[in-house]
Ligand binder design. Structure first.
Ligand code: ZN
Length: 291
């Protein structure tokens, strides 16, 4: 027996992944999605099916400028979000911890059913309206078929969550450390003696905030910073990351940790020691090279 150092690697052996999460289904998502498509970056868009198509011109924060809080129309959903992930955010954006269990269940399940009809696919990701959640709300999401849900907590770190139903982001796009973190994430190697753990950058926000603050340049600068790293960073939706990590967590290791079975239908990657990356084909058992 000898020391064993195994770590998850993302598809194609990449050590890093980037995902975005934008809420409320506002019309500014159209411009954001076009930007993301230009840079090849993926996003999970968390929609309230009850408010899709809403027309709402609100007073801006300074009282002078108007702010367009209108939403994407239901029939626009497939085209606007093509290539990205459609996810749930509650039927009417209610506070799920405080409206009673029946109402919370209805918000969660009716939203999921409506979004699945619009998107033409299963919906598995969620973002908590107002960031509010509890043990009961998390259980309701799980029973309703959701696999992950984002909070509004910023970690300023690049770890994977133990529980995807309490998925804290790295930061919001208005975070003053955004570009510092982006550069550290893209260029950083983790240090010579640090375990080669996988790293995830998770950015969130609302696209209408770029209008409020007149700062579309923030997301453009961020995308221009990360896009050149596409060969070492996996650009993925929330759902793609969850599906991959859940598959990895389903690996069956032998008692001596020298062999591993991949019981899933997905090809997986794992690092061995500091430098070696091995492939774990779907349905196969692999003998792990030892250091
Ligand atoms: Zn929201």
């Amino acid at each position: 027996m000898s020391r064993k150092l195994y770590n998850l690697r993302f598809p194609d052996g990449k050590r890093k992944a980037l995902t975005l999460s934008y809420d409320d289904g506002v019309r500014q998502d159209i411009r954001l999605a076009e930007l993301l498509n230009r840079y090849g970056v993926k996003c999970t868009f968390n929609l309230n099916s009850g408010t899709l198509g809403r027309v709402w011109i609100a007073d801006g924060p300074d009282g002078r400028e108007k702010l367009d809080l209108s939403c994407v129309k239901p029939e626009e959903v497939p085209a606007v979000y093509a290539g990205h992930e459609v996810a749930g955010h509650g039927l009417w954006h209610s506070s799920l911890t405080d409206i009673g269990t029946p109402g919370a269940m209805l918000e969660i399940i009716d939203d999921r059913a409506a979004l699945e009809k619009l998107a033409g696919t299963t919906v598995q990701s969620f973002a908590y309206p107002f960031g509010l959640h509890s043990a009961d709300v998390r259980a309701m999401l799980r029973y309703a078929g959701y696999r992950s849900a984002r909070t509004v907590v910023s970690t300023h770190a690049f770890g994977l969550p133990e529980d995807f139903l309490q998925w804290d982001a790295t930061c919001h796009h208005n975070d003053e450390r955004l570009m510092e973190l982006a550069k550290e994430f893209c260029a950083g190697g983790g240090g010579r003696f640090a375990a080669p753990v996988p790293q995830l950058f998770y950015l969130w926000g609302h696209a209408y905030e770029f209008d409020i603050h007149h700062n579309w340049n923030v997301i453009e600068d961020f995308l221009a910073c990360v896009a050149p790293y596409k060969d070492t960073v996996w650009f993925a939706t929330n759902g793609e990351i969850v599906n991959y990590v859940e598959a990895y967590r389903a690996l069956r290791f032998s008692a001596d940790s020298a062999a591993v079975t991949n019981p899933t239908a997905m090809k997986l990657w794992m690092s061995v020691g500091f430098d070696q990356v091995i492939e774990l084909p779907a349905g196969e058992t692999v003998q792990i090279p030892q250091e």
